[in-house]
Design a protein around this ligand. Structure first.
Ligand SMILES: Cc1cc2nc3c(=O)[nH]c(=O)nc-3n(C[C@H](O)[C@H](O)[C@H](O)COP(=O)(O)OP(=O)(O)OC[C@H]3O[C@@H](n4cnc5c(N)ncnc54)[C@H](O)[C@@H]3O)c2cc1C
Ligand code: FES
Ligand code: FES
Length: 469
């Protein structure tokens, strides 16, 4: 990684002063799921990285304003998924946040980082666009607010000027009844960007708004004010004609995810489907109440750092560019946590930080200063594997074993969140963990078997070392 200085200011004025002083040499760090990848591949070479997670004005809170909800700059996707107010009033945003990467990614990735990275395929952008999101921006010169539609300029480009940062995103409540849905086309569930993503919103008066991503240099809005799309008396042919007109703004390209022609064809198909879903939801009194599969308000919030076996604290001097994964393996000898892709895509390096599963290859060691960390070595107790580890052995889930520590840590997190998951929940919970031996069926069986035991037995206290190279 290119060397840089890491700093973790405590106040917004400190951040703004640093941005003012260092200009283009500075990079803001939120969850790091985009930035750490860019630092590693050297497409970004800042002299200073400013971690905003401890800034009190940018706390990960979702507040209420006179007009709606205000989502703080450090709110992560997992928090969006769980918030009852967002689930009630902005369900398509919940659906979108729930598709981002894997559980490990969603535990780190912020909503604000997603829009600031300005990928044309950013999954939360279409939902934020149809809900009329506004972006609050600050710099040493003052504050300003821009609509999200104005915010995106092109791939990786926003209207943010040098020295500016996003402090929060506002979501206005609707004046009238409406329903929306998010959908995306992707090559595989988990850790692949969208081939196409879109959101469709239908209002009670018939106005229909789409927002599309991954089919142009930036996500864009397309609106039908005629009411025809939502009119049950209108023919399919008439609706298709309107959809085709709305889609003239799309300029898809051919790439590894799909050809231009495939994207064009699927745009129409997916728009029709999303329109039908949104209309059904508008007519359904029970809606909004989106299902995100597996995790919802019934489940407890992550409860601090897992206190596994051999809990101890370490005071270490590290280079600012050292990742937590390298620190664990190379400095602390905790080699149960595996290194493989270094891109957040395989899950081999999964650990718990403050009780949340994360990919340790995407976390800087300095970010973890003062935080509790649980690695695979911390699950066993008194030389005995925990119930989850036993279940992996009993069900023959361990083949070459390389992916297993990451699978077990992801499963540990899943069971702490949802003690009695279904097979579908387990698949979703482990979708960020790849197994080259293809032991997926046995891994799912093992997690389900372990879930039959009491929750306490999954987290023994006391010493013990598992894993190993
Ligand atoms: C394996 C993997 C899978 C992924 N899958 C998906 C996916 O399915 N869908 C999807 O949409 N994305 C996906 N992503 C991308 C990524 O997770 C998101 O874009 C994420 O939301 C970025 O948020 P962050 O907090 O990690 O941002 P960071 O990486 O910390 O920052 C991203 C950028 O935004 C800037 N920034 C951060 N906060 C601010 C602020 N407050 N003001 C101004 N600038 C700021 C940073 O300087 C940086 O340039 C994936 C990433 C990985 C590694
Ligand atoms: S996800 Fe970290 S090494 Fe693959
Ligand atoms: S058991 Fe070999 S990679 Fe999963």
């Amino acid at each position: 990684m290119h060397p840089f200085a890491y700093t973790r200011p405590a106040t917004l004025s400190d951040v703004l002063a640093l941005l003012d002083k260092h200009g283009g040499e500075a990079c803001l760090l939120a969850g790091g799921t985009d930035l750490v990848v860019e630092l590693r591949n050297r497409s970004r070479r800042p002299s200073i990285v400013i971690d905003i997670k401890q800034v009190k004005e940018l706390a990960p809170t979702i507040g209420e304003t006179e007009r709606g909800l205000r989502i703080g700059a450090t709110v992560v996707m997992a928090d969006i998924e769980k918030d009852s107010r967002i689930r009630r009033h902005f369900p398509a945003l919940v659906e979108a946040a729930a598709t981002v990467g894997s559980i490990q990614i969603r535990n780190r990735a912020t909503l604000t980082g997603n829009i600031c990275h300005a990928s044309p395929a950013a999954d939360t952008a279409p939902a934020l666009l149809v809900y009329g999101a506004e972006v609050n921006v600050a710099s040493v010169r003052g504050t300003r607010r821009v609509t999200l539609d104005q915010f995106f300029v092109g791939p990786g480009k926003t209207v943010l000027k040098r020295g500016e940062l996003v402090t929060s995103i506002d979501l206005p409540l609707a004046d009238n009844r409406r329903a929306a849905t998010f959908t995306r086309l992707t090559r595989r569930r988990g850790v692949d960007l969208a081939t196409i993503n879109l959101c469709c919103k239908v209002e009670a008066g018939g106005r229909t708004t789409f927002a599309y991503g991954a089919v142009g240099p930036r996500p864009f809005l397309a609106t039908d004010d005629s009411g025809m799309l939502a009119d049950p008396r209108a023919s399919d042919a008439a609706k298709d004609e309107i959809l085709r007109r709305l889609l003239t703004k799309a300029t898809p390209i051919s790439d590894v995810r799909g050809s231009r022609e495939y994207r064009r064809a699927m745009l129409l198909v997916m728009s029709r489907r999303a329109l039908r879903t949104a209309i059904d939801r508008l007519q359904d009194d029970r809606f909004p109440s989106p299902s995100t599969g597996g995790q919802d308000d019934r489940f407890p919030s992550p409860s601090g750092g897992g206190k596994g076996g051999g809990a101890s604290s370490h005071a270490l001097d590290v280079m600012d560019s050292t990742t937590l994964l390298d620190l664990l393996r190379d400095r602390l000898g905790l080699t149960g946590t595996k290194e493989c892709c270094d891109l957040g895509e395989c899950g081999a390096c999964t650990i718990l930080v403050e009780g949340r599963s994360v990919n340790s290859c995407l976390v800087l060691a300095a970010e973890a200063n003062g935080q509790s960390i649980t690695t695979i070595e911390g699950l066993a107790s008194d030389g005995r594997l925990n119930r989850l580890q036993d279940a992996f052995l009993e069900k023959g889930a361990v083949q070459c074993g390389f992916c297993i520590p990451g699978q077990v840590m992801a499963a540990e997190y899943l069971l702490r969140q949802n003690p009695h998951p279904s097979a579908a929940d387990v698949k979703e919970g482990l979708c960020g963990n790849l197994c080259r031996c293809g032991a997926y069926e046995q891994i799912i069986e093992a997690v389900l078997a372990a879930s039959q035991t009491s929750r306490e037995s999954l987290s023994p206290s006391g010493g013990g070392q598992g894993g190993g190279r």
